[in-house]
Design a protein around this ligand. Structure first.
Ligand SMILES: [Fe+2]
Length: 248
């Protein structure tokens, strides 16, 4: 990772990121061997995909960080790469932290494998007490899906600027979740697209009500209740185990 990042012109990329209202796309970012390993992991995790359908907004599959931790630790390692984190700090100009252990979005895979899989226009809203940055990495793309986006929608001084990219395997998109309006257009028949997302924050704290809202959204729209609320369940069963009184 460090070798790959060392070849980039960070000063120009920082200027491009800031000029595009906290957005950057690089069609070649990961080393080919890293992309190849991600492809193997994405294929191996197919049986673990949790599918969701929210009429008018979203249809597709996802694999949460909890499943990745269990079955694809290479991805978790990549997420924590100090070289990657330092590079993201340089480009964003922010001091970044990893997302907390109970955030299923910290790193996750998104699968578009059936006709019509898509996600409608949205922001990656930060429920944290600070900014939330999204990294999207292209893993598999045998699809016609486009990441459509609009820059500057939250900047009254600048006109909205639409754009569209097809994220190549090994390519990167980086943006401030509260600033980039974006969507992924529907997959056609017999298409397959997998992208990997990493989420980094400037403050890893979240008020309890926002945590609840965020968890409900993740449970319904992405990973299912079992994944999202597993920590609470584990904590609960641990407490019951200690007390003993509530055990069946
Ligand atoms: Fe998003």
């Amino acid at each position: 990772m460090a070798e790959c990042l060392g070849a980039l012109d960070n000063a120009s990329l920082r200027t491009a990121f800031a000029g595009q209202g906290a957005f950057l796309y690089l069609d070649r970012f990961l080393a080919p061997e890293v992309t190849a390993q991600l492809v193997r992991s994405a294929e191996a995790l197919l049986p673990e995909v949790n599918r969701n359908y929210l009429p008018g907004h979203k249809q597709g599959g996802s694999v949460s960080r909890h499943t990745i931790d269990r079955l694809a630790p290479f991805i978790a390692q990549l997420y924590r790469s100090p070289a990657l984190l330092a590079w993201l700090e340089q480009i964003s100009g922010d001091k970044l932290q990893l997302s907390p252990a109970d955030d299923p979005h910290a790193y996750a895979l998104y699968y578009y494998t059936r006709a019509g899989d898509h996600i409608g226009w949205h922001y990656d809203t930060s429920y944290y007490d600070g900014r939330r940055y999204t990294v999207l990495l292209g893993v598999i793309d045998q699809s016609s899906c486009q990441l459509d986006y609009e820059l500057h929608t939250r900047d009254p001084e600048r006109p909205d600027e639409p754009g569209s990219v097809q994220i190549a395997p090994g390519g990167l998109v980086l943006f401030d979740g509260d600033k980039l309006r974006h969507r992924v257009t529907p997959a056609g028949a017999n298409e397959m697209r997998v992208s990997l997302t990493f989420e980094y924050v400037t403050h890893a704290t979240m008020r309890p009500w926002w945590r609840f809202i965020s968890n409900m959204k993740d449970a319904v729209a992405y990973f299912g209740f079992r994944q999202v609320f597993r920590q609470w369940r584990q904590r609960g069963s641990h407490e019951r185990g200690k007390g003993g009184g509530l055990r069946p």
